[in-house]
Design a protein around this ligand. Structure first.
Ligand code: V3L
Length: 85
């Protein structure tokens, strides 16, 4: 985004950046002050909980990951599961 920030979800030993489209949805919801946001990722619905900064799979809430909004320049594993070398 213009301020140099991006959205990330947690992987096994690092952070993945969200894909551009989902990231834009998260940013809009966050800027509007929404407490949650629902996104569709690879055919699965996830609830984004901004209060607890978690991504939770809607059909199996035990599947949850931490998320964060951080500088785009932080070390990351890649974008939406695509590794960067
Ligand atoms: N964007 C893209 N794929 C996702 C996302 C997302 N926001 N959330 C979950 N998945 P779960 P390491 C991740 C994928 O939470 O080695 C990474 O993108 C998720 O992919 O149980 O652990 C990697 O591709 C997983 O394949 O609902 O760091 C992969 O894990 C699947 O949805 C391995 O990453 C189920 O996630």
């Amino acid at each position: 985004f213009e301020d140099g920030y991006q959205w990330f979800y947690e992987g096994r030993n690092g952070w993945w950046q969200y894909d551009e489209r989902t990231s834009a949805d998260l940013e809009n919801a966050y800027k509007q002050g929404d407490r949650t946001c629902e996104v569709l990722i690879a055919g699965l619905f996830y609830v984004i909980d901004f209060n607890n900064m978690l991504q939770i799979r809607r059909n199996d809430p035990s599947r949850r990951r931490r998320i964060k909004r951080d500088l785009a320049s932080i070390p990351k594993k890649g974008v939406a599961g695509l590794r960067i070398e």
